[in-house]
Design a protein around this ligand. Structure first.
Ligand code: ATP
Ligand code: MG
Length: 444
């Protein structure tokens, strides 16, 4: 019986032929975060549901509509819809916040949200994210924003704009909430049902509503920047100065409120218009109250999440370079059992040094083996038969140029191969104008 089970809607398979794209983004993000002093954190895919209710916020889209929650025996668990809540939970539970501050962690994770699937909006998606805890200074905001920018620059992405805003602290927000209520009250009946409820509980959430009608109503709503207290206003001014000093361009966008409740002061997004409506590739901000809310000491903190599927959509669209996919370095074509055994031992020798080496496992004839070597794009091939074994020598063929070199099948085999291999790679770099991305041999 044929299996007819498909992957769930809104999820994706990544095939080996595309994995180098993910590796490129992950490598660059990881290296950049490490160069800013961040260490990798791994934490569970699911957490107690309460963790998200208390952090992400009960009136957000994420909590109201998007969480995957299961009842396991007596306990409610939720697949993480974002990284910050779990990361902070892990930092608190493991005492990291009692160690030297600032504490800086990053993660590469899958997240789960029950949304309507479309390009750049999935039900299982992946994020590179990071959190910095301990610093109240706007210099920390500038640092985290520069880090995100550095990753986008190192990936050679173009036309991505940084939008920043401040959504103040609970003190300035109280006055702002009043102003918002006064603005939306006359339109109450026209709002979507969710927003009717938000108007009473959390009016700032109205600004994050995706419904076009509500957006139209919200068009002229009061902006938070006019309600900031002195401290929040000073924080925002300093951040702008630090970004100016660093030569980082930004647009002040009072419409950004972010989809999660825990943010305070700085919020930011990196946005592109090149992949349709889901153009926010990175979103983040400061959340000075969250750690206390989750049971820790008052600890100012901030972070961001970068959507990796969206990033890859932009990279594909802009024809960005990826690390070269792993390709076969050498394929041994064999004739007869003895040759097969020789190929096994030579392959083992080369693999010891990190080469990608292969021989025939399908019992194919010589012609079919060479066809296969071509198909997989092997850089070199070597035919082994009775004559080669008797002579203790065989021809190493460089597939691209067709050039052949006779080399000894002795204990210097690996060293001889390495020399020829590196010469070819160096030629390759010249051809590619020195781009490191084209250099498959970089890990050897
Ligand atoms: P959006 O407004 O696009 O729904 P969000 O405010 O819900 O985004 P965050 O919770 O800040 O998003 O998540 C950080 C990043 O993760 C987003 O900027 C985006 O790049 C990515 N992201 C969020 N939701 C999805 C999704 N359903 N599918 C793919 N990527 C997503
Ligand atoms: Mg969302």
């Amino acid at each position: 019986m044929a299996i007819n089970i498909k992957r769930p809607n809104g999820t994706e398979d990544v095939l080996p032929r595309d994995i180098h794209k993910w590796h490129t983004v992950e490598k660059i993000a990881r290296e950049t975060a490490e160069s800013f002093g961040f260490g990798e954190l791994r934490f569970p895919t699911f957490e107690n549901t309460d963790l998200f209710l208390r952090s992400v916020g009960e009136t957000t889209d994420v909590v109201q509509k998007e969480m995957y929650t299961v009842m396991a025996k007596e306990t409610k668990f939720t697949l993480r819809p974002e990284g910050t809540a779990g990361a902070i939970r892990a930092m608190l539970q493991n005492g990291l916040l009692n160690e030297a501050l600032p504490q800086r962690i990053f993660y590469i994770i899958s997240c789960f949200r029950h949304e309507r699937p479309q390009a750049g909006r999935l039900r299982e998606f992946h994020q590179f994210g990071l959190e910095m805890a301990g610093s109240p200074s706007p210099a920390a905001d500038a640092e985290v924003i520069s880090l995100a920018k550095k990753i986008l620059d190192r990936l050679e992405l173009k036309n991505i704009e940084l939008h920043i805003n401040s959504i103040g602290c609970p003190a300035c927000r109280a006055k702002y909430h009043e102003a918002l209520r006064a603005y939306f009250e006359p339109h109450k009946d026209e709002l979507c049902d969710t927003c009717k409820e938000r108007l009473a509980k959390n009016p700032m959430r109205l600004l994050d509503c995706k419904s076009p009608e509500d957006r139209e109503i919200a068009k002229d709503a009061p902006v938070i920047l006019d309600y900031l207290c002195d401290e929040c206003s000073d924080h925002f001014e300093k951040l702008k100065r630090y970004l100016d000093n660093a030569g980082i361009d930004y647009t002040i966008d009072p419409k950004i409120v972010r989809g999660l409740d825990y943010y305070t002061k700085t919020v930011f997004e990196f946005i592109t218009t090149e992949i349709g409506a889901q153009g926010t590739v990175c979103g983040g901000g400061r959340y000075d109250g969250l750690i206390e809310q989750l049971g820790g000491q008052h600890t100012p903190a901030l972070g961001f999440g970068m959507g990796l599927e969206r990033l890859l959509l932009v990279m594909d669209k802009q024809n960005c370079d990826y690390l070269a996919p792993k390709k076969c370095d050498i394929y041994f074509a064999t004739m007869g059992d003895e040759a097969l055994e020789k190929a096994m031992s030579l392959t083992a020798q080369l693999r010891e040094y990190g080469y990608f080496a292969e021989y025939d496992l399908m019992g194919r004839g010589l012609k079919a083996q060479m066809k296969y070597a071509n198909k997989i794009g092997a850089a070199f091939t070597m035919v082994l038969g009775d004559n080669e074994l008797a002579d203790g020598k065989a021809k190493l063929k460089e597939m691209e140029s067709g050039e052949e070199t006779v080399i000894n099948l002795d204990d210097k085999f690996e060293a001889t191969f390495e020399e020829i291999y590196f010469n070819k790679m160096l030629d390759g770099i010249d051809d590619e104008n020195g781009s490191l991305f084209a250099f498959t041999g970089e890990d050897k």
